[in-house]
Design a protein around this ligand. Structure first.
Ligand code: CA
Length: 223
């Protein structure tokens, strides 16, 4: 799950980013409205956390323009002013939820999770493939009823693959959704992590679920 944070107060932006990363999400930051709009309209995000008062282009304009351009990424709007008028204007521009500053990180996280679950209304909390189960709420993974310990990145990678079960996902898509836009990722990082996953999720069991589709990417499938 990849989240964009558009907020000109560096301290707030960076602490949100840090908090989200600790929860296993990957997050990019933009400190001006213009940069935020550029990223939001060219990269694929699962959620945008958007401040209203921004230099360049404000949050309301950004949201209006995104929706005009048929970009329907869920938007959680932030504002320093707790006025209802702001809230109504924000939701009118196509934002999905609204949070007024100051807020507790736990509140932001709860709202974000609700929006990340919403996209098609049927995003399941427990993902499975054959006897492999990943619980996105309790952060547990089991196979054949045995618990498997995964690092946060391994968990995020497995979750992404399971959300696209039976589909080939390219390395680029994996990097986009599991790693940060500007994190130092080496060409073989994805392979290395797929290797870690295989060791934990496939090797101890008789059937392998993780497939490498040479030249295309990876796939998790039941057969
Ligand atoms: Ca601001």
């Amino acid at each position: 799950m990849r989240i964009l944070i558009v907020e000109d107060e560096h301290k707030i932006a960076n602490s949100i980013k840090q908090g989200l990363e600790q929860e296993g999400y990957s997050a990019d930051t933009a400190y001006t409205g213009t940069d935020g709009y550029d990223l939001a309209s060219t990269e694929e995000y699962d959620l945008i956390i958007l401040d209203i008062m921004l230099p360049g282009m404000n949050g309301l304009q950004i949201c209006t323009n995104l929706r005009k351009n048929h970009i329907h990424t869920p938007v959680l709007m932030l504002s320093a002013r707790a006025e209802t008028e702001d809230k109504i204007t924000g939701l009118d521009t196509g934002a999905d939820d609204y949070l007024s500053k100051p807020f507790a990180f736990t509140e932001l996280l709860a709202r974000s999770k609700a929006l990340l679950r919403r996209p098609n209304g049927i995003t399941p909390k427990v993902l499975t493939c054959a006897d492999l189960t990943l619980d996105t709420q309790n952060f547990t993974v089991t196979r054949s009823n045995k618990n498997i310990d995964l690092s946060k990145k391994e968990f995020a990678l497995l979750e992404y693959l399971l959300r696209h079960k039976n589909q080939i996902v390219s390395k680029d898509k994996i990097i986009e959704h599991v790693w940060d836009y500007d994190s130092d990722i080496l060409p073989n990082t994805v392979e290395v992590y797929i290797g870690y996953l295989r060791k934990k999720v496939d090797k101890p069991f008789d059937k392998s679920l993780l497939k490498t589709i040479r030249g295309f990417g990876y796939k998790i499938e039941e057969s």
